[in-house]
Design a protein around this ligand. Structure first.
Ligand SMILES: [Zn+2]
Length: 366
């Protein structure tokens, strides 16, 4: 028997010590990961290698600081900015990061993964076309080697201008790759409202790309979630936590069957809640109680020190969800994936019975 609290997560009223079979279960059942930033999957070892290879002026102390997650974790955006400003000088670095993460998640039951990636902060080093080609090569190699299907979601840097976002979408339209399937938006939501980027979103939608948006993260107003749904016409929402402050908007999202890609290790709530409050008051619990369609994701796994399997484990063992809830969330992750209806039907036919078979073999919990 052992406990695998990832370390910085508070123990919760729901946590218990799980037998090894249960620990393994979270890595075994099939799942989709739909909220994962390519740069947020860079391992510490690879980061050090890339700093060496690129000759970037980043010290070992800084790198150690980037990979230290405190009890009250700060965000990871400064790490991405260091990568963009100094380190990611060659498209093949991006390819390497993608392949390495596909190898990693193949051991955690992931059958399908969508990576967000930002070009705007990298354009001083490389063209969109070259960067995208390199990552797509990585996705193809990753699938061939590890059996995980990988897709790409270029993402708007909302700290840059709306015109930069339009440039990004123009590049997406000019250089289409089959693996590149949608548009997202990330970086700091505070003071960077989603409506500023309507033009880029409309262009992407008109060109046939799927769309999603980070909204209602960092405690930002539910209005951003409403804007993402009603103005931008997003097909799913990343985070979306503050929707719980507006029951009418919750009803609206439910009528639309809107999926929410949530992140149990979101730094904002680890930082702002006390250890006693964290599990009880986490908005993910309230979202579920209100009937929203959720599934857990890792966001920035190497920097949050979390494997995707542990994100699912936290939902069960720290946030109080049941096995039946997790099964429904596997189904939600399939519904939310940007694949064909035939693929979704096939995955439901195979993944869910596999979940049931693995769950049935688990020893009873004391
Ligand atoms: Zn994110």
């Amino acid at each position: 028997m052992r406990s695998t609290n990832p370390g910085f997560v508070p123990d919760s009223p729901f946590s218990r010590t799980l037998p090894t079979e249960w620990q393994n279960f979270f890595s075994e059942f099939p799942k989709a990961e739909l909220h994962c930033h390519l740069l947020g999957t860079t391992s510490r070892e690879t980061f050090i290698d890339l700093v060496r290879d690129s000759g970037a002026p980043v010290s070992m102390e800084e790198i150690e600081g980037f990979y230290t997650r405190g009890e009250k974790p700060v965000g990871v955006l400064r790490i991405f900015r260091a990568l963009e400003a100094h380190i990611l000088r060659k498209p093949e670095y991006l390819k390497r990061i993608a392949i390495e993460h596909m190898a990693c998640v193949s051991k955690q039951g992931v059958r399908y993964i969508e990576f967000f990636w930002n070009w705007t902060g990298l354009k001083h080093f490389m063209t969109f076309e070259a960067a995208q080609r390199a990552i797509c090569e990585g996705l193809r190699e990753g699938e061939a080697r590890y059996g995980v299907i990988g897709r790409l979601v270029p993402s708007i840097d909302r700290e840059a201008t709306p015109e930069d976002a339009v440039e990004l979408v123009s590049e997406m339209i000019a250089h289409r790759e089959p693996e590149s399937i949608g548009l997202g938006i990330d970086y700091r939501e505070t003071n960077h409202e989603p409506e500023n980027f309507w033009k880029a979103y409309f262009m992407a939608r008109d060109a046939g790309f799927h769309i999603t948006a980070h909204a209602g993260e960092f405690g930002e107003h539910w209005r951003n979630v409403e804007t993402a749904i009603d103005l931008l016409k997003c097909e799913r929402i990343d985070h979306g936590y503050t929707i719980i402050d507006n029951p009418e908007l919750v009803q609206h999202a439910k009528l639309l069957n809107m999926p929410f890609a949530v992140v149990p290790t979101n730094s904002y709530y680890l930082r702002t809640f006390t250890d006693e409050e964290w599990a009880q008051k986490h908005p993910i619990r309230r979202m579920h109680e209100m009937g929203l369609k959720l599934f857990p994701n890792s966001d920035d796994p190497t920097m949050h020190h979390i494997r995707i399997s542990e994100s699912w484990y936290l939902m069960f063992n720290f946030l109080g969800f049941t096995l039946a809830d997790l099964r429904a969330m596997v189904e939600n992750s399939i519904d939310a994936a940007w694949v064909t209806d035939a693929e979704k039907a096939e995955w439901k036919k195979t993944w869910l019975p596999e979940f049931d078979r693995l769950a049935a073999a688990l020893p009873p919990l004391a």
